[in-house]
Design a protein around this ligand. Structure first.
Ligand code: GDP
Length: 307
């Protein structure tokens, strides 16, 4: 394990892949490894890219990556799909679309899904984050597949969240108004080659008028497919980083995440303690009965917790 840790710190990609498998399998070894790696984390900017499916997130990420590659930066990308199981969690489409940058040695792309029913997605993400930081990536990009609560939670792991919408996203925007304001540090109106992008900008400006934060969320038009507006997105990401550092927001967020990680680990641990094979069988049997014949969930809990 010591050897694996030192290889990771020396940026050995094979060791990195091996460590990811350990984390995916939620093995005891992975916890030991993460304890060893923790003091070796380097400063790393975390960027979340989220938005409705089909808005152009993968295309936008590919373009952003190309800019970062030119600057010689090393980037780790985590494509997070909370709806698919962990094993075989490769979002094939994303990999194909990102192929032009995928083969670059400075880019490491990994798809990530849920870690079974008991382990939370957040645990996997914070584990991988420690691993990526110790490896020494300059940036981590989290790309999520949609705009549900889980995706917004994932995005909140990032220090800067870019919300990608399209000129046609009107209904989505009405639906997620509060979440949108809370979560987005930058908005990209992608597919601005289509009509309606100016109207969308007006709508978004109105939504963000309700926001009283001192950071004024930039609302930027992009055409990811033609590599237009990408420089503006990259500059806005940098501006937001400087702003967050200056205001102490990054440190505050990371402190909050630290506490959150401990809570998640505790939750996973307690779940495992409670849900032994025997208990799972007992619950399954109860669930086979008609609803009216089942004992109450409280009673079930007291019974399984009696031991
Ligand atoms: P994701 O699901 O949000 O990751 O979206 P994708 O990046 O897969 O893009 C969905 C589709 O939109 C693909 O067919 C892209 O080629 C296309 N697309 C991406 N960006 C643009 C854009 O700026 N303009 C237009 N017209 N199409 C785009």
């Amino acid at each position: 394990m010591k050897d694996l840790a030192s290889r990771i710190i020396k940026q050995d990609v094979i060791a990195l892949a091996k460590a990811i498998t350990l984390i995916e399998n939620n093995s005891l070894q992975s916890k030991e490894l993460l304890i060893k790696l923790y003091p070796h984390r380097k400063s790393c900017h975390k960027i979340g890219i989220t938005g409705p499916p089909g808005a152009g997130k993968s295309t936008l990420v590919s373009q952003i990556l190309k800019k970062y590659i030119k600057k010689g930066e090393k980037i780790g990308v985590l494509c997070v799909d909370p709806s698919s199981p962990f094993n075989g969690g490769a979002i094939l489409g994303d990999r194909i679309r990102m192929q032009s940058v995928y083969s670059n040695k400075n880019i490491f792309i990994r798809s990530l899904a849920t870690r079974g029913a008991l382990g939370g997605l957040s645990n996997s993400i914070s584990d991988l984050e420690i691993l990526f930081e110790a490896f020494g990536f300059d940036k981590i990009i989290y790309e999520t597949v949609g705009v549900g609560q889980i995706e917004l939670d994932v995005a909140s792991y990032a220090e800067c969240v870019v919300m990608v919408v399209t000129p046609e996203s009107g209904d989505d925007i009405q639906m997620m108004k509060a979440g949108l304001i809370e979560c987005s540090d930058i908005i990209a109106i992608n597919k601005s080659d289509r009509s309606g992008s100016d109207k969308m900008k007006v709508v978004l400006n109105q939504v963000f008028e309700l926001n009283h934060d001192s950071w004024k969320t930039p609302i930027l038009k992009t055409v990811a497919l033609k590599n237009e507006g990408i420089d503006n997105i990259c500059s806005a990401i940098e501006d937001h980083r400087k702003y967050s550092d200056l205001k102490g927001l990054t440190a505050k967020k990371n402190t909050y995440k630290y506490l959150d990680s401990i809570k998640s680990i505790a939750k996973e641990y307690m779940f495992k303690e409670v849900f032994t094979d025997e208990v799972v069988d007992k619950i399954k049997k109860e669930m086979e009965k008609p609803l009216s014949a089942r004992i109450s969930p409280y009673q079930m809990f007291y019974e399984i917790n009696k031991k």
